[in-house]
Design a protein around this ligand. Structure first.
Ligand SMILES: [Zn+2]
Ligand SMILES: [Zn+2]
Length: 371
């Protein structure tokens, strides 16, 4: 009969989430693991307690049963395959406890659970405007799951194998009665394999993988845009049970430039011109994204907001070896806030000479329009 509170064993409260439970278990399993506590004979007992608490609380159905009536739940037998606690038997050595399954289940599982590909992992890389424009090779740290070195990815502690899954009695599936139907679903405890590790590896708490920050070299192509995804094959998380690794995706985050605005493969730049330049026409200079300037002929009578395209003065294209992008120069006509005395005289003379009403069309349309 079990009297200890399973929540207390894991050091969590009753409202703990599945994640909390898993975290608490991993931490305690590592701490009390018999491998790591060879001098302490009580460690194994604590380890079994922790594992038992996890077995029950990590299974929503069992947890509910426990929450509702712990006594009836623990009254169940301890036979392997039964629903009861499996660790209250008094064995001095874990391998004695499970040794009888060694011959049958010592191998690599029953083959019901196929090799699983590792997850794709996405990380972002912050780039300076200039580096994105010219291309750069940089190092990033990618948080990925790697095969645990301690157990070689098997999840089993050194010298131990696998044993029959107590949840499904080794069948790998569980049947659920649903009124007329009996549904079969893969056993969640063993993932459909029919076996679980005998003693979890202390390095990975039985998962077979550990989280690492992998240093990866990324080659960012010249002209990289913000939000571009660079795929690095097979550099994501390691697969399980011999499955292939996932891919790594690096998403570019390009710093904004105070002057240039990226528009696809082109760049836009606002260039101020005086109202005299706009009226008479002029040769102006505009800055280029890669440095230096480009000369541009402004025709007489250029309107505010007019755009001019300078071919090839933008950025290198990111795909293929096509032409480089363009630089789009948007003209902003600047009206002087202050005039010198001479300027004022000239403009007043101009006003007398030119009797122009630039709003004539607007006023006529406004009064005549039938809407
Ligand atoms: Zn199972
Ligand atoms: Zn391991």
């Amino acid at each position: 009969m079990e009297t200890k509170d399973l929540y207390k064993i894991l050091g969590i409260d009753k409202g703990a989430s599945q994640d909390d439970i898993r975290r608490a278990y991993r931490k305690l399993a590592r701490k009390h693991h018999p491998d790591a506590n060879r001098e302490d004979p009580k460690a194994e007992e604590r380890f079994k307690e922790v594992q038992h608490a996890y077995d029950v609380l990590s299974d929503p159905a069992k947890r509910r049963e426990y929450d509702e009536g712990p006594r009836t739940f623990f009254g169940a037998g301890a036979s392997p395959g039964g629903s009861g606690g499996r660790v209250d038997a008094n064995f001095s050595d874990l391998s004695d406890l499970f040794g009888s399954f060694g011959g049958v289940f010592g191998g690599a599982g029953r083959g019901q659970s196929p090799a699983t590909r590792g997850e794709d992992v996405t990380v972002s890389v912050n780039l300076k405007f200039k580096d994105a424009l010219e291309g750069v090779t940089t190092r990033i740290a990618a948080p990925v799951e790697e095969a645990c070195e301690r157990c070689g990815g098997t999840g089993a502690a050194a010298g131990t194998g696998r044993r029959m899954c107590p949840e499904c009695s080794g069948r790998g599936i569980r049947s659920r009665d649903q009124g007329f139907f009996a549904l079969s679903e893969p056993c969640r405890r063993c993932g459909g394999e029919g076996t679980i590790v005998e003693v979890p590896c202390a390095g990975c708490a039985g998962g077979g993988r550990v989280r690492k920050n992998r240093q990866v070299t990324v080659k960012v192509p010249a002209g990289a845009k913000d939000g571009m995804k660079i795929r690095i094959p097979s550099r994501g998380s390691a697969g399980s049970k011999g499955g292939p690794p996932g891919d790594l995706y690096v998403v570019t985050r390009v710093a904004e430039h105070p002057v240039f605005e990226r528009r696809g493969n082109d760049f836009l730049v606002d260039v101020p011109v005086s109202f005299v330049e706009a009226a008479l026409g002029a040769e102006i200079e505009a800055p280029r994204p890669g440095g230096g300037t480009v000369k541009l002929r402004l025709p007489a009578g250029t309107q505010d907001g007019k755009r001019f395209k300078v071919r090839g003065a933008g950025s290198p294209r990111t795909r293929g070896d096509g032409e480089p992008g363009d630089l789009v120069v948007r003209v902003g006509v600047v009206v002087p806030k202050k005039l010198t005395r001479r300027e004022r005289e000239i403009l007043e003379a101009l006003a007398e000479e030119r009797d122009e009403n630039v709003r004539e069309g607007l006023l006529r349309t406004a009064s005549e329009a039938e809407v």
